[in-house]
Structure formats: C-alpha cells, structure tokens
Design a protein around this ligand. Structure first.
Ligand SMILES: Cc1ncc(COP(=O)(O)O)c(C=O)c1O
Length: 460
C-alpha cells in the first residue's frame, strides 16, 4: 500500500506534481528535465518556493489577484468561522455574508444595485452576456443579440468569454466560437491608429460607432470593455474616450458592460477603474481582487433598471434569469470578501495604491530615460506596464523572447514581474507590474531596481 505523501516531503510533492498536475498556460515538456515551480508559503509581499528561495511578488500571485498580500490570518479566520457555521447553500437562498457583502459593495458603486455571485471572472462575464441576450429576447424580439468587445481586451477562458476575446493567440485552435460577438478597435494611442485625429480618444470611440453602424444598431445589445486593458498590454484610455463611448451607448441603446476583473477593488487607486472616468455602467463584473485569492468569488453587478427587466412578468415562467452557479452559493467567498474590504479600508490601501503607484510610475519613467528599449510607460495606481521596443523611432515591438529574458532575470534576482504572453501576435512586448496594494516604497524601488539590472543585462 502506498502511504500518503507528507506535505513537508518536498521532493515527493514535486514528483507528484510532475507526474499528475496539468498546470495552467504552460508548455510541460521542459518539466521532463527541470522541476515545476511550487509555491509553498507567502507573507505580505513575499513568497517562498519549494527550493526555499524567497521572491518579492510584483504581480500579486501572477495574475493581479492577491491585492491585500499573503498570510492574512483575519481572512482565514473569517472564512473558517463561516465554514463551520454555514458553508453552503444554493444561492436561490441567501447567506449572511452574501447579503452583507452585497450591501457594502453597492455602497462603493453609486448607481449600481444588484449583485449576482459566481466564482470566476469568466463566469461573471458570461452571466452579463446571458443577461444581455435574455433582455434582447424578452424586450427586442431577439434582434439585439450582438455583443461588442475590443481588440486586445480579454474577458475569460470559457467559450463565450473567449468569443469576446480580443487576443488572437488565446483564441486560436479553440474554435468554432460562439456566434454574435463582434470586435471593435483598441484605443492604444502609442500604436497610433488615427494619426490625424484631433482627439485620439474621440477617434477611437468613433471607431466603435462605425462598427455599430456597419452591424446595424438594432442588432447590438451590449458593449463589453475593460476600463484599462490588462493582459492586452496595460492600455489606459486616451482623454475623451469614455465620454464619447457613453454617448454612443446611449444613442443606440446599447448596454455598457465594464469588466473590472483586474481593475476592481482598489487596484487602480479607486474602488473601481471606471470611477476614474465618470462612466455609468449597466454591468460591472469583478473577481480576482474581490477576496484577494483567499476564496473563489466573482460578482456580476447590475443597475436596478437591468434587474427590473427580469421580474416584470412573474406569470411567465421563462421571464426571470434562469441561471445558477453551484459554487456561487459558497459562503466562504463573501465572508472572505467582507474581510478583504475591511482591510482595504482600515489600512488605507487605496491611498497607498495611489501613492505607491505614483512612485512606481516615476521610477519607470526614470528607467525609460535610461533605457532606449522602453518605448512607453502606462498605467494607473499599482497597475502598470512598460512597452519594450527594438527601435524608439519606428516603435518596432521588441522580440517576445527578449522581453521574457527580462522577466527571467528579475526572477533570478528574486523579484517576480510579468509580461504580456501568447496574447497578441508580434505584440507580446509589455512588462507588467501589479504589486499588492500593501507595497512599501522599498518594495517598489526593489522591483524597479531589478528591472533596471535586468534591462542592463539583456540589452547591454
Ligand atoms: C480582464 C479580465 N477579465 C476576465 C478574466 C477571467 O477571469 P478568470 O480567470 O477568473 O475566469 C481575466 C483573467 O485574467 C481578465 O484579466
């Protein structure tokens, strides 16, 4: 009989992982000769891997998630207390933390009103897509079924979310996709698509209107956008963009769905990214930072106006939102989210994000002056990117392999940063930074110092 492996028998853990775990987003062939990386412990901004090496995490768990940092006992305790009291009941019934978190969340989102729980960003987005489709069926004779998404944006991994994916390398080989999703151009000013425009923001928004007119406004039900594009290259919207986008949505009665899966809950130095731009959304989706990875939770938040359209005809058994997410009923999610929100408020983490974000932006700009390879620096709060180019004049994107050499060198120095990867053919050239909202000035400087060293090493 095989005895169970003890968690502290690290070599056995590595072998079990190598033999049986299929990791996300990675080619496994190299693991035949090298060990897969296993993260063992986290404290604050730092993680220890199975070799005992400590890393400063500049990307909050790899994918913009652990916003309040590692090792938060108060969240673990809140989750534990909730689990022993009431761990689960399907969300056709409510829960105490579910109600309390919804109330606190809505307090931070003037104009919004209802929270639908599920457990991943992809799923939260799918709920909004389904709501838009059902509104089209019930109120527009099924005609307003098309959902617009933007080049370079990402909304998730499930097939409908992928169908709304503006990153071709994420989508390739997974077709056929779900019909009714239509792409609009991105708004990255650095990759100037509208060189003659008086207002780049307005021109980029007008390009959305052109698509709407081409498709037929009475066929378009929703527009799904990230407030700041994340994995597509950390793209902050140009001035004038959101004002015009909103005008266009109002003009053609198109519901505006803001994907806050990355930007939400403090990351950009406001509770939500859209709040920087005065946007009034119909849907807001969020996931990663909602409970900082201490539990799986996502939310699809709507206005009362949207919600009302699903209870206007109680005599029709098909008129309400007939959707369920089994684990949307896990009470651990909102219990963790409540404590996560308390921490952000009590520790003034939004203020810290603004201050540390400014510091990091200044550090990156100083690096840009020093290293010709940095073509552009963008971002807001602790959500920043540096686009690498092989030629500043022509803005020729840097080869992906060399971008990843910079990431690898930082890793060797004990600092984890990210880069756009396997998303945009020829344009996987942006270094990504998203340290936890608890980052100190020393942490920020250590991250940018390591980038400085890595750029020197890789590009001389
Ligand atoms: C903007 C955005 N939306 C949605 C998702 C999908 O979230 P999940 O991986 O939780 O399904 C992601 C994931 O990275 C994302 O970046």
């Amino acid at each position: 009989m095989n005895l169970p492996i003890q968690p502290n028998d690290i070599q056995a853990v590595i072998e079990a992982d190598r033999a049986h775990v299929w990791h996300h987003l990675i080619q496994h062939k190299p693991f035949e000769t090298i060990d897969p990386r296993i993260m063992v412990e986290g404290r604050g901004m730092r993680v220890l891997d199975a070799t005992g090496k400590e890393h400063l995490d500049g990307v909050s768990g790899g994918v913009w998630t652990v916003n309040v940092g590692y090792g938060r006992e108060s969240i673990a305790n809140a989750v534990r207390d909730q689990l022993v009291k009431m761990n689960y009941f399907a969300n056709s019934a409510g829960s105490i933390p579910g109600a309390l978190f919804a109330k606190q969340l809505i307090d931070k989102m003037p104009g919004m009103s209802r929270v639908y729980y599920s457990n991943s960003g992809s799923e939260a987005n799918e709920k909004a897509f389904k709501m838009i489709r059902q509104i089209s069926h019930r109120h527009h004779g099924g005609r307003k079924y098309k959902i617009l998404y933007r080049d370079r944006d990402y909304h998730g991994t499930t097939l409908a979310a992928l169908s709304a994916g503006g990153q071709p390398q994420r989508v390739e080989q997974y077709g056929p996709l779900v019909p009714g999703f239509v792409m609009v151009p991105h708004c990255l000013e650095y990759r100037s698509q509208y060189p003659d425009a008086e207002s780049y923001g307005e021109a980029a928004a007008n390009a959305i209107e052109e698509v709407i007119l081409r498709e037929g406004p009475d066929t378009v039900g929703g527009l799904c956008l990230e407030p700041i594009t994340a994995g597509g290259g950390v793209i902050t919207p140009p001035a004038g963009y959101w004002e015009r986008v909103q005008e266009i949505c109002a003009k053609y009665k198109i519901l505006l769905h803001i994907d806050e899966v990355v930007c939400g809950v403090g990351r950009t130095g406001a509770w939500f990214g859209y709040q920087h731009y005065g946007v009034k959304p119909d849907f807001v989706t969020m996931a990663k930072g909602v409970a900082s990875g201490y539990a799986a939770i996502s939310c699809t938040v709507t206005t009362e106006e949207v919600f009302d359209q699903f209870k206007d005809d109680p005599s029709d058994p098909m008129s309400y939102f007939r959707d369920i997410s089994t684990f949307g009923g896990c009470a651990a999610g909102p219990a963790a989210a409540l404590e996560n929100m308390r921490i952000i408020e009590d520790e003034n983490l939004i203020e810290n994000t603004k201050a540390m974000g400014e510091r990091m932006m200044n550090n990156l700009r100083a690096l840009q002056e020093k290293h010709a390879v940095i073509g552009d620096v963008r971002g807001k709060g602790l959500f920043l990117g540096a686009e690498l180019v092989s030629d500043r004049g022509s803005r020729e994107p840097m080869d992906e392999k060399r971008v990843h050499a910079v990431v690898a060198d930082c890793m060797a120095q004990g600092v984890i940063i990210g880069a756009t990867n396997r998303s945009l053919p020829g344009f996987n050239n942006t270094l990504c930074f998203s340290p936890a909202l608890i980052a100190t000035a020393q942490d920020i400087d250590q991250i940018t110092d390591s980038v400085d060293q890595a750029l020197k090493k890789v590009f001389g």
